[in-house]
Structures are given as structure tokens and as C-alpha cells.
Design a protein around this ligand. Structure first.
Ligand code: SF4
Ligand code: SF4
Length: 131
């Protein structure tokens, strides 16, 4: 738990690239596929062929050497149109709902303040006008 005068954000990305390491798999909706394909100047068919793999939970971005195919020098090649899960991390529903998910995520993402409580984490999102 942080003290009341601590105004540092509960999350500040450290650009470590860990979340692009592809461990959990990045799932993309049809609209997201279309956006990424358009951004790269590819047809959706070509995009799916080159960058997407099927999985039991649906299509997900492929990996190369264990990392997302779009990570390059710790940067995202499709940043402006990256999937929602990438844009919203770490403020995802499971972390907002379950304190244990937040604690688990703290171990994986050095950008999340390890001292922030679940209440502070959720409040930070509400402060941004998100649900
Ligand atoms: S793991 Fe966290 S700190 Fe590292 S790049 Fe991803 S969001 Fe940023
Ligand atoms: S799409 Fe971009 S932000 Fe998302 S995992 Fe791949 S490289 Fe990282």
C-alpha cells in the first residue's frame, strides 16, 4: 500500500518488452486484423497467412523466437493499430476484477507499481474515465 501523498502513477511502462514476449498469446478480433493488415498495406488474407496462427481460443498473433511477430527492438511495428489487449494493458478486466490477478501481473510487468493496492489500481482507471 502506498502512502496518501504518493502521486506516482500506478502504472508507468518501462519499455522492457516483456509483454510482447508472446507468453500468453495475443488474440486479435476480425476488426483488429483488418486494421493491422491495412496499416501494413496487406490484404487480410496475406496478413492472416503471414502473421496469425489458429489456436483453441481463436486466432492469435504469431510468434518468432518466442516473441510477438511485431516486436522489433522492444517496439511494436503495428503500434497505432495494435490489438485492444495490447492498448489496454495492464488495465484489463481480470486485473480490475481480481486482486490476485493484479498481484500476478505485478510479477510479470515492472511498469505496475508493486506497492499499489487493488483499490488504488482500480481507482486509477476510474480517474481516467474508464469503466
Ligand atoms: S511488461 Fe510492462 S513495463 Fe514492460 S513493456 Fe510491457 S507494459 Fe511496459
Ligand atoms: S502487437 Fe505490438 S504491443 Fe502487442 S504484443 Fe505484438 S508487438 Fe507487443
Amino acid at each position: 500500500m502506498r502512502n496518501n501523498s504518493d502521486k506516482t502513477p500506478v502504472f508507468q511502462c518501462q519499455q522492457c518488452g516483456e509483454c510482447c514476449a508472446g507468453k500468453g498469446g495475443i488474440y486479435a478480433t476480425r476488426d483488429e486484423v483488418a486494421a493491422m493488415a491495412g496499416f501494413l498495406g496487406l490484404s487480410e488474407e496475406d496478413f492472416l497467412f503471414h502473421y496469425v496462427e489458429e489456436s483453441p481460443m481463436g486466432p492469435r498473433l504469431g510468434t518468432a523466437d518466442g516473441a510477438c511477430v511485431f516486436v522489433e527492438d522492444n517496439r511494436c511495428r503495428v503500434h497505432p493499430v495494435k490489438p485492444r489487449i495490447c492498448r489496454e494493458w495492464p488495465f484489463l478486466a481480470p486485473l480490475l476484477q481480481y486482486p490476485e490477478e493484479l498481484e500476478y501481473a505485478k510479477g510479470a510487468c515492472p511498469g505496475i507499481d508493486p506497492d499499489c493496492s487493488h483499490e488504488e489500481f482500480v481507482s486509477a482507471v476510474r480517474g481516467q474515465g474508464k469503466p
